[in-house]
Design a protein around this ligand. Structure first.
Ligand SMILES: Cc1cc2nc3c(=O)[nH]c(=O)nc-3n(C[C@H](O)[C@H](O)[C@H](O)COP(=O)(O)OP(=O)(O)OC[C@H]3O[C@@H](n4cnc5c(N)ncnc54)[C@H](O)[C@@H]3O)c2cc1C
Ligand SMILES: Cc1cc2nc3c(=O)[nH]c(=O)nc-3n(C[C@H](O)[C@H](O)[C@H](O)COP(=O)(O)O)c2cc1C
Ligand code: SF4
Length: 422
């Protein structure tokens, strides 16, 4: 790891004694090791404002102002840090990427309208590490200010139906309503959220649910109507006579045929998260996506006291997610004793063995003593309504996972684009 707090305090005190700097900026990360780098842009599993006590320790020993940054995502938290004397100035980087109007809203007393950063690290630092322009999964307008400079009012207000209350549908509803359309979003479930309702149940991921809190607030504030407990059919749509329909019906877990599954206990990650699976004491998680889901399910089951092996289809678990989020999670899994099997493709299963193949050689190998196989094999688009409406002449726009199963980031961006198109 990097330097420890007593050393940092002593160094700052020595520098201050020689009057070297006008102010001191306290963050927790450094590039010295992978472990220390996690704290350069700390992920959501690390608690809000955790750097402030470090700043306070430095501030107690120096005479110059102290700035602090790290997981301070709301003006209320910043106020607490200042009021308690932990720092003189608060830096808020991702909070401003997620909501560039945050300071204005705070000043105007509209704290409830602030779109708080959820520390997912996906479109800001995640994009930067991939060499793309930065943005925000909650607010794709950030970084695309020239492409989407404003939301032009619709020349003629139209009746817009949005089907599906996941992130894609909510963003589409908010944007279409902001443009002056008459928008109603229908959701089959008793609450909106779609897959995010499951994502927020993974350990350390509660804050991911903020995506839905923020988008729902935005859609309602802009006068989109939200109707839950309504399973939309093609006939229902035709009866409503909308001018355009935005389909954001999402996806469901992909369940390919698995050799030997009839003799084994096989469940998927959605069943585990919904508490619908009676998972055994020894588990293999077969993770095809190398993303949050395999890591999170492995952590959850290990914390529940199970022996967990996580077989991933890539070089490492979490290969496809942002490095700091992944590296922090891998540390947790190591501490919980989860065994990770890289470069492994699921080939079959029986009552107590899972059969894998190495992805580069196809060489078969076995994992013995497995009571339950948990599949995390990606998602299949739900395009039932698209099929049912094809040829109907109704103007259709597809958004998010129902077009192709990906992530919340694409769903929200495509929601913005559909809301601007209708
Ligand atoms: C456990 C888990 C963790 C994840 N973690 C992340 C993450 O950390 N970051 C990330 O970016 N992505 C993550 N994802 C993926 C992300 O949640 C999805 O890509 C995203 O939610 C897709 O949004 P969507 O709006 O297209 O569809 P969905 O979120 O699937 O929402 C579709 C909605 O449509 C409703 N619906 C479907 N048909 C009808 C109908 N006929 N009538 C009415 N309503 C209907 C459904 O009930 C559902 O609420 C995760 C997914 C899971 C399962
Ligand atoms: C997209 C992005 C780029 C960043 N670039 C730098 C950088 O060049 N130098 C640096 O010291 N910190 C950089 N940071 C770290 C931030 O300055 C800040 O310390 C960190 O994001 C934690 O604060 P926050 O929780 O308010 O985002 C960057 C952060 C983000 C999200
Ligand atoms: S992408 Fe995620 S971490 Fe980055 S600013 Fe947006 S909400 Fe925050």
């Amino acid at each position: 790891m990097g330097m420890k707090l007593p050393d940092v305090v002593a160094i700052c005190a020595a520098l201050d004694a020689k009057n070297c700097f006008d102010y001191y900026n306290i963050i927790a990360g450094s590039s010295t090791t992978l472990g220390a780098a996690i704290h350069i842009v700390p992920p959501m599993a690390i608690k809000n404002g955790y750097v402030a006590p470090f700043a306070a320790a430095v501030r107690a020993k120096i005479t110059k102002p102290v700035l602090v940054a790290g997981r301070i995502n709301q003006p209320q938290i910043a106020e607490d840090v200042l009021a308690s004397g932990q720092a003189d100035i608060v830096g808020m980087t991702r909070a401003m990427i997620a909501d560039p109007k945050m300071p204005t809203k705070a000043r105007e007393g509209r704290a409830e309208d602030i779109r708080a950063c959820i520390a997912c690290n996906q479109a800001c630092i995640g994009h930067m590490h991939l060499g793309y322009p930065i943005s925000c999964i909650q607010h794709p307008e950030t970084g695309r200010e020239l492409r989407y400079p404003d939301k032009p009012k619709a020349e003629t207000p139209r009746k817009i139906m949005v089907v599906g209350g996941g992130p894609g549908g909510l963003k589409a509803a908010a944007v279409a309503a902001e443009r002056g359309h008459d928008v109603t979003l229908y959701e089959r479930g008793k609450q909106v959220g779609g897959q995010v309702l499951l994502a927020q149940l993974l350990p350390g991921r509660t804050e991911f649910g903020g995506l839905i809190t923020n988008l729902t607030h935005e859609a309602k504030r802009l006068d989109a109507k939200i109707v839950t407990n309504t399973d939309v059919t093609a006939d229902f749509i035709k009866a409503q006579k909308p001018d355009a329909v935005i389909l954001a019906t999402g996806a469901t877990p992909r369940m390919p045929e698995i050799l030997g599954a009839e003799d084994a206990h096989v469940v998927n990650t959605w069943q585990v998260l919904r508490g619908e699976a009676n998972v055994g004491g020894s588990v293999l998680v077969a993770d095809w996506r190398c993303d949050w889901i395999g890591l999170g399910i492995a952590e959850k089951l290990a914390r529940d006291g199970r022996r967990v092996r996580l077989a991933v289809n890539g070089y490492m678990a979490g290969q496809n997610i942002q490095a700091y989020v992944r590296d922090h999670w891998l540390g947790i899994l190591h501490g919980l004793g989860v065994q990770i099997i890289p470069m492994a493709r699921l080939a079959g299963v029986d009552a107590n063995t899972v059969y894998l193949e190495h992805v580069s050689t196809d060489a078969p190998f076995e994992v013995p003593e497995v009571e339950t196989l948990v599949t995390s094999l990606g998602h299949d688009s739900d395009h039932a309504l698209e099929d049912a409406l094809s040829g109907s002449g109704i103007e259709l726009h597809l958004v998010g996972d129902c077009a192709s199963p990906r992530t919340a980031e694409e769903a929200v961006l495509e929601g913005l684009q559909a809301g601007l198109k209708v």
